[in-house]
Design a binder for this molecule. Structure first.
Ligand code: SF4
Length: 217
Protein backbone atom coordinates (compact mmCIF):
# COMPACT_ATOMS: atom_id res chain seq x y z
CA UNK A 1 0.00 0.00 0.00
CA UNK A 2 1.32 3.43 -0.92
CA UNK A 3 2.18 5.93 1.79
CA UNK A 4 2.96 9.63 1.70
CA UNK A 5 6.66 8.71 1.63
CA UNK A 6 6.13 7.29 -1.86
CA UNK A 7 5.45 10.75 -3.26
CA UNK A 8 8.14 12.25 -5.47
CA UNK A 9 8.36 15.77 -4.02
CA UNK A 10 10.41 18.17 -6.11
CA UNK A 11 10.26 21.22 -3.90
CA UNK A 12 8.64 22.56 -0.71
CA UNK A 13 7.70 26.19 -0.10
CA UNK A 14 7.28 26.56 3.68
CA UNK A 15 5.03 29.63 3.45
CA UNK A 16 2.92 31.00 0.62
CA UNK A 17 0.26 33.69 0.77
CA UNK A 18 -0.77 33.38 -2.88
CA UNK A 19 -1.09 29.67 -3.72
CA UNK A 20 -4.54 29.46 -2.09
CA UNK A 21 -6.38 32.80 -1.96
CA UNK A 22 -6.96 33.92 1.62
CA UNK A 23 -4.98 31.06 3.23
CA UNK A 24 -1.47 30.79 4.63
CA UNK A 25 -0.10 27.56 3.27
CA UNK A 26 2.91 25.40 2.71
CA UNK A 27 3.12 24.32 -0.93
CA UNK A 28 4.37 20.90 -1.95
CA UNK A 29 5.48 20.68 -5.59
CA UNK A 30 5.21 17.17 -6.99
CA UNK A 31 7.45 15.85 -9.71
CA UNK A 32 6.13 14.96 -13.16
CA UNK A 33 3.62 16.42 -15.60
CA UNK A 34 2.07 15.04 -18.80
CA UNK A 35 1.86 18.51 -20.34
CA UNK A 36 4.59 20.73 -21.72
CA UNK A 37 3.14 24.23 -21.56
CA UNK A 38 4.99 26.81 -23.63
CA UNK A 39 5.29 29.11 -20.59
CA UNK A 40 6.17 26.46 -18.02
CA UNK A 41 8.34 28.27 -15.50
CA UNK A 42 9.70 25.12 -13.93
CA UNK A 43 10.39 22.69 -16.79
CA UNK A 44 12.54 20.55 -14.47
CA UNK A 45 9.29 19.45 -12.80
CA UNK A 46 7.94 17.92 -16.03
CA UNK A 47 10.03 14.70 -16.24
CA UNK A 48 7.91 11.91 -14.65
CA UNK A 49 10.99 9.66 -14.27
CA UNK A 50 12.94 12.17 -12.17
CA UNK A 51 13.17 11.31 -8.51
CA UNK A 52 11.88 13.58 -5.79
CA UNK A 53 14.46 15.65 -3.95
CA UNK A 54 12.52 16.41 -0.74
CA UNK A 55 11.74 13.49 1.60
CA UNK A 56 8.15 13.43 2.84
CA UNK A 57 9.58 13.42 6.39
CA UNK A 58 10.72 17.02 5.78
CA UNK A 59 7.15 18.01 4.85
CA UNK A 60 5.71 16.24 7.91
CA UNK A 61 8.36 17.84 10.14
CA UNK A 62 7.51 21.31 8.84
CA UNK A 63 3.80 20.73 9.45
CA UNK A 64 4.47 19.52 13.01
CA UNK A 65 6.40 22.74 13.72
CA UNK A 66 3.94 25.15 12.03
CA UNK A 67 0.77 24.33 13.96
CA UNK A 68 -1.17 27.54 14.47
CA UNK A 69 0.89 29.37 11.83
CA UNK A 70 -0.38 27.68 8.68
CA UNK A 71 -3.95 27.07 7.54
CA UNK A 72 -3.23 24.34 5.06
CA UNK A 73 -1.11 22.60 2.48
CA UNK A 74 -1.38 23.03 -1.28
CA UNK A 75 -0.31 20.17 -3.50
CA UNK A 76 1.00 21.63 -6.74
CA UNK A 77 3.37 20.55 -9.46
CA UNK A 78 4.05 19.31 -11.96
CA UNK A 79 0.69 17.57 -12.01
CA UNK A 80 -0.05 16.29 -8.49
CA UNK A 81 -2.86 13.93 -9.54
CA UNK A 82 -0.32 11.98 -11.62
CA UNK A 83 1.04 10.35 -8.45
CA UNK A 84 -0.89 7.51 -6.80
CA UNK A 85 0.49 8.33 -3.34
CA UNK A 86 -1.29 11.71 -3.38
CA UNK A 87 -4.28 10.37 -1.47
CA UNK A 88 -2.11 8.95 1.34
CA UNK A 89 -0.31 12.29 1.65
CA UNK A 90 -3.61 14.18 1.81
CA UNK A 91 -4.88 11.83 4.53
CA UNK A 92 -1.73 12.52 6.54
CA UNK A 93 -1.99 16.29 6.07
CA UNK A 94 -5.61 16.25 7.26
CA UNK A 95 -4.72 14.06 10.23
CA UNK A 96 -2.22 16.74 11.26
CA UNK A 97 -5.08 19.24 11.34
CA UNK A 98 -4.46 21.12 8.11
CA UNK A 99 -6.77 21.97 5.23
CA UNK A 100 -5.88 20.66 1.77
CA UNK A 101 -5.64 22.66 -1.45
CA UNK A 102 -4.85 21.26 -4.89
CA UNK A 103 -3.51 22.79 -8.09
CA UNK A 104 -4.28 20.69 -11.15
CA UNK A 105 -4.60 20.98 -14.90
CA UNK A 106 -7.23 18.25 -14.77
CA UNK A 107 -5.28 15.77 -16.87
CA UNK A 108 -6.33 12.78 -14.74
CA UNK A 109 -10.06 13.26 -14.10
CA UNK A 110 -10.61 9.80 -12.57
CA UNK A 111 -7.75 10.17 -10.10
CA UNK A 112 -8.86 13.70 -9.31
CA UNK A 113 -12.38 12.46 -8.50
CA UNK A 114 -10.84 9.86 -6.17
CA UNK A 115 -9.19 12.49 -3.93
CA UNK A 116 -11.82 15.22 -3.92
CA UNK A 117 -13.33 14.02 -0.63
CA UNK A 118 -10.03 15.04 1.00
CA UNK A 119 -9.76 18.45 -0.70
CA UNK A 120 -11.05 21.82 0.55
CA UNK A 121 -10.13 23.92 -2.48
CA UNK A 122 -9.08 23.30 -6.08
CA UNK A 123 -7.24 25.68 -8.40
CA UNK A 124 -8.11 24.18 -11.80
CA UNK A 125 -6.05 25.35 -14.77
CA UNK A 126 -7.87 25.23 -18.08
CA UNK A 127 -5.20 26.13 -20.57
CA UNK A 128 -7.00 27.37 -23.67
CA UNK A 129 -9.89 26.93 -26.06
CA UNK A 130 -9.98 23.35 -27.44
CA UNK A 131 -8.39 24.12 -30.82
CA UNK A 132 -5.29 25.67 -29.20
CA UNK A 133 -4.76 23.08 -26.45
CA UNK A 134 -2.05 21.20 -28.29
CA UNK A 135 -0.22 24.39 -29.26
CA UNK A 136 -0.40 25.58 -25.65
CA UNK A 137 0.45 22.34 -23.84
CA UNK A 138 1.72 19.80 -26.38
CA UNK A 139 -1.34 17.59 -25.72
CA UNK A 140 -5.02 17.65 -26.72
CA UNK A 141 -6.14 17.65 -23.10
CA UNK A 142 -9.31 19.77 -23.31
CA UNK A 143 -11.74 16.85 -22.84
CA UNK A 144 -9.89 15.67 -19.74
CA UNK A 145 -9.77 19.18 -18.31
CA UNK A 146 -13.53 19.52 -18.78
CA UNK A 147 -14.17 16.07 -17.26
CA UNK A 148 -12.18 17.30 -14.27
CA UNK A 149 -14.20 20.51 -14.12
CA UNK A 150 -17.37 18.42 -14.07
CA UNK A 151 -15.98 16.22 -11.28
CA UNK A 152 -15.10 19.27 -9.17
CA UNK A 153 -18.50 20.86 -9.78
CA UNK A 154 -20.27 17.63 -8.79
CA UNK A 155 -18.19 17.32 -5.62
CA UNK A 156 -19.25 20.68 -4.21
CA UNK A 157 -15.61 21.50 -3.31
CA UNK A 158 -14.72 25.20 -3.59
CA UNK A 159 -12.72 25.90 -6.72
CA UNK A 160 -11.26 28.54 -8.97
CA UNK A 161 -10.76 28.11 -12.71
CA UNK A 162 -7.65 29.85 -13.98
CA UNK A 163 -5.94 30.38 -17.31
CA UNK A 164 -2.45 31.64 -17.90
CA UNK A 165 -2.76 33.88 -20.91
CA UNK A 166 0.10 33.22 -23.30
CA UNK A 167 0.16 35.90 -25.98
CA UNK A 168 2.47 33.78 -28.14
CA UNK A 169 -0.40 31.29 -28.63
CA UNK A 170 -3.66 33.00 -27.65
CA UNK A 171 -5.08 36.23 -29.03
CA UNK A 172 -7.43 38.29 -26.83
CA UNK A 173 -10.42 36.94 -28.79
CA UNK A 174 -9.35 33.34 -28.02
CA UNK A 175 -9.28 34.18 -24.32
CA UNK A 176 -12.71 35.85 -24.54
CA UNK A 177 -14.02 32.73 -26.32
CA UNK A 178 -12.66 30.52 -23.55
CA UNK A 179 -14.31 32.66 -20.87
CA UNK A 180 -17.60 32.34 -22.74
CA UNK A 181 -17.22 28.56 -23.13
CA UNK A 182 -16.49 28.20 -19.43
CA UNK A 183 -19.41 30.43 -18.52
CA UNK A 184 -21.62 28.06 -20.54
CA UNK A 185 -20.21 25.22 -18.43
CA UNK A 186 -21.25 26.95 -15.21
CA UNK A 187 -17.95 28.65 -14.32
CA UNK A 188 -18.88 31.94 -12.66
CA UNK A 189 -15.39 33.37 -12.31
CA UNK A 190 -12.59 32.80 -14.81
CA UNK A 191 -9.32 34.08 -13.38
CA UNK A 192 -6.72 35.20 -15.91
CA UNK A 193 -3.02 35.23 -15.15
CA UNK A 194 -0.28 36.68 -17.33
CA UNK A 195 2.44 34.39 -18.67
CA UNK A 196 5.75 35.47 -17.13
CA UNK A 197 9.20 34.97 -18.61
CA UNK A 198 10.90 33.82 -15.36
CA UNK A 199 12.20 30.28 -15.53
CA UNK A 200 11.01 29.67 -19.10
CA UNK A 201 13.19 28.65 -22.04
CA UNK A 202 15.25 31.23 -23.92
CA UNK A 203 13.18 30.45 -27.02
CA UNK A 204 9.95 31.25 -25.15
CA UNK A 205 11.34 34.44 -23.61
CA UNK A 206 12.30 35.59 -27.09
CA UNK A 207 8.79 34.81 -28.44
CA UNK A 208 7.23 36.66 -25.50
CA UNK A 209 9.46 39.69 -26.08
CA UNK A 210 8.44 39.66 -29.74
CA UNK A 211 4.72 39.66 -28.91
CA UNK A 212 5.04 42.37 -26.25
CA UNK A 213 6.88 44.57 -28.75
CA UNK A 214 3.97 44.19 -31.13
CA UNK A 215 5.53 41.64 -33.51
CA UNK A 216 2.66 39.12 -33.23
CA UNK A 217 1.32 38.41 -36.69
S1 SF4 B 1 0.84 22.04 -16.28
FE1 SF4 B 1 2.22 23.30 -15.03
S2 SF4 B 1 4.01 22.01 -14.62
FE2 SF4 B 1 2.87 21.05 -16.30
S3 SF4 B 1 3.90 21.86 -18.13
FE3 SF4 B 1 2.14 23.17 -17.71
S4 SF4 B 1 2.96 24.87 -16.47
FE4 SF4 B 1 4.50 23.20 -16.44
Amino acid sequence: MLTASDLAVACLTPLSTCDWPGQLVATVFLQGCPLACTYCHNPLLIDPRARGTVPWADVADLLERRHGLLDGVVFSGGEPTRQHALRAAMVEVRSLGYRVGLHTAGTYPTRLAQVLDLVDWVGLDIKSVPRLYRAQTGVDAWAKAIASLRAVQRSGVAFQVRTTVDPTVQAPEDVAELTELLCGLGVEEHVLQEARPDGTTEEYREALRATSSGARG
